[in-house]
Design a protein around this ligand. Structure first.
Ligand SMILES: Nc1ncnc2c1ncn2[C@@H]1O[C@H](COP(=O)(O)OP(=O)(O)OP(=O)(O)O)[C@@H](O)[C@H]1O
Ligand SMILES: [Mg+2]
Length: 222
């Protein structure tokens, strides 16, 4: 489904060039669930942003179902992200001025389905993450774990093929993180959802099909 080849990413800072990803290769099959683990600064978030088409590499390619995503025009890339990718950010990045329901509706509205349909889908997704009673709360009125669950609902509302989740259970207690894992199991079973999750949790990692270790911008095999 996804083929990552020779992917490198450097950032230029005032102290010189920082090489963050160093020629990584990765193959992800449809329906596969992968945990990415590694120490802080290893390059995990950078990899996730590239996989989701949120940033461009310095060199190398990512092909998604045969299309090189970095050959897409800006408009094509936006459409691809909206249709195929669900993203849960490390710092959830909800819009503070909008309610939980409105935050979750946002990707659906962008895709130009009707507002009624977007609202129905968003409500269903928020119920699935156990927040049916918090639809009209704004992020500031929700706990950290609840905000994280809203971010999950938002990432899943468009029924993506690939879910990219960057430390999604970092703020969650173990009961809530079990509920999220159960929801992921269900989506995987019903829709063959492909999942790449960055995690420090051994429990979450053990729940995936494969664990990839990152050290200093490279994959290491242990
Ligand atoms: N925009 C940027 N400009 C310069 N350096 C950056 C930029 N983004 C990331 N880096 C550097 O790249 C390295 C990897 O960052 P990244 O966020 O991918 O790490 P990570 O593995 O996700 O770490 P953590 O577990 O702490 O979230 C870090 O050393 C960081 O300082
Ligand atoms: Mg990170």
């Amino acid at each position: 489904m996804i083929t990552v080849r020779n992917l490198s990413k450097s950032f230029t800072t005032d102290r010189g060039v920082v090489e963050v990803l160093k020629q990584v290769d990765l193959d992800i099959s449809a329906g596969e669930r992968i945990a990415v683990v590694g120490s802080s600064g290893a390059g995990k978030t950078t990899l996730m942003h590239l996989l989701g088409g949120l940033d461009r590499p310095s060199s190398g390619s990512i092909s998604f179902e045969g299309d090189d995503i970095f050959h897409f025009s800006a408009g094509e890339l936006d459409a691809f992200r909206n249709r195929c990718i669900g993203f849960v950010f490390q710092f959830h990045q909800l819009l503070p001025e909008f309610t939980a329901l409105e935050n979750v509706m946002m990707p659906a509205l962008i895709s130009r389905i009707t507002a009624t349909e977007a609202q129905a889908k968003a409500t269903q997704m928020l119920k699935a993450v156990g927040l049916g009673h918090r639809l009209d709360h704004k992020p500031g009125q929700l706990s950290g774990g609840e905000q994280q669950r809203v971010a999950f609902a938002r990432s899943l509302v468009m029924s993506p093929k690939l879910l990219l989740a960057d430390e999604p259970t970092g703020n969650l207690d173990s009961a809530t993180s079990d509920e999220i894992l159960a929801l992921l199991d269900q989506l995987h079973a019903e829709h063959d959802l492909t999942i790449v999750v960055v995690t420090h949790s051994e429990k979450v990692a053990a729940h995936m099909d494969r664990v990839v270790h990152m050290t200093d911008g490279c994959f290491t095999f242990v």
